[in-house]
Design a protein around this ligand. Structure first.
Ligand SMILES: Cc1ncc(COP(=O)(O)O)c(C=O)c1O
Length: 363
């Protein structure tokens, strides 16, 4: 056999240059404060729908139209302004595939959600990174300055991960005005914990695109459902790239129940906001530096012992996420916020692990 046959056909140069991305999942049988998921469950109404799904339901190809109409109505939008996707990840992927060409620039404030860079690296566009300062606040002025005629997409996670920082509505409007030739993606994956949106501006700002997910507050990360909303014309282009069946029928059956059970959502968000306030006080009492967060997680500074901290918390039954490799986040760990009761448990683990690490430092 020749080498060519053994190695198989060569992928595109862009794909060869891509970094492999392995989410550190596996063995997560503990309190999962590492992936910003809902830490409890989805709405009981969704579980009821799941129990009623028959084998016959699974024989059909999924039909997304009527669910798209319902989700659009819940967001105050027209159906042609919205697409359901296989999580926001697919929304990002198809948006980039639709708009990013060779010579285009993707403007990316850093640090931010990893998958923007992953999906951009599969296109022929250039990533133009704009690093936030030490406060990790939204680098608004630097982004404005980085806009060029080649800017094609500006991707803004709002609130941002891993920092928890936010861009204001005025800043987003100004960016969309100054980059009227580009798509301004506002990824509102953590919207429910923040409570502010720009989805109401979609009718007036034609280059604005908003993403939402059912993976966080709704507790449906395993179902993989995201939302991409924007001008009808932009959504028509994206739909050409999107698989018509990428949102499966089980997911589609569950979404109406999820959006209608607002009391479950309100309860969970209330728990997280109260849990966040209590846990922030515990961090302050422990002398752990943190960044202000408007999401269901908080970024903390541990320093050189970040790995030991993550291991110590895990040994205490609490999984947290090392973000030390994110740009500007050396020594940082991100901790998802769950319910008040869960966060009280996490605070006990935090105190124990921090005092052990400090004792070791003294020796
Ligand atoms: C900012 C942001 N957008 C999107 C996602 C992924 O959402 P989904 O599960 O809908 O693909 C995440 C997940 O952590 C995120 O932090």
């Amino acid at each position: 056999m020749t080498d060519t046959v053994v190695n198989g056909p060569e992928p595109r140069a862009r794909v060869r240059a891509m970094k492999e991305y392995h989410p550190p999942l596996g063995c997560r049988d503990a309190l999962r404060l590492d992936f910003n998921e809902n830490t409890m469950a989805c709405s009981p109404a969704v579980r009821e729908v799941l129990q009623g799904i028959s084998a016959d339901d699974l024989t059909r190809y999924p039909e997304r139209g009527s669910v798209e109409t319902q989700v659009a109505a819940a967001l105050g939008l027209r159906p042609e302004q919205l697409l359901l996707t296989n999580g926001v990840d697919e929304a990002i992927h198809v948006l980039f595939q639709t708009f990013l060409d060779a010579g285009d620039e993707l403007l990316l404030p850093l640090p931010t959600y990893t998958m923007y860079e992953v999906y951009a690296s599969a296109t022929d566009a250039q990533v133009v990174a704009v690093q936030a300062g030490e406060d990790l606040a939204f680098p608004y002025e630097a982004l404005l300055e980085a806009i060029t005629p080649r800017t094609k997409i500006i991707a803004i996670a709002n609130p941002n991960s891993p920092s928890g920082s936010v861009a204001t509505r005025e800043q987003i409007v100004e960016l969309a005005t100054r980059a009227a030739h580009a798509v301004v993606l506002v990824d509102e994956a953590y919207y429910h914990f923040f409570g502010e949106t720009v989805a109401d501006l979609l009718d007036t700002i034609p280059n604005l695109v908003v993403a939402r997910t059912f993976s966080k507050a709704y507790g449906l990360a395993g179902l993989r459902v995201g939302v991409l909303a924007g001008a009808a014309e932009a959504m028509r282009w994206v739909r050409r790239v999107l698989s018509p069946y990428s949102v499966n029928s089980v997911a589609l059956a569950c979404i109406p129940a999820a959006i209608n059970d607002t009391s479950y959502l309100d309860w969970y968000v209330g728990e997280v906001l109260a849990g966040r306030a209590e846990f922030e006080s515990a961090l302050d009492a422990c002398g752990v530096r943190r960044w202000p967060s408007r999401a269901n997680f908080v970024l903390v500074y541990i320093g050189a012992k970040h790995r030991e901290f993550v291991r110590g918390m895990s040994a205490a039954g609490v999984l947290v996420r090392d973000r030390s490799n994110d740009p500007g986040c050396d020594g940082c760990v991100r901790i998802t916020i769950g319910t008040r009761e869960q966060m009280r448990g996490a605070a006990v683990a935090l105190e124990q692990v921090m005092s052990r690490l400090r004792r070791e430092e003294d020796v």
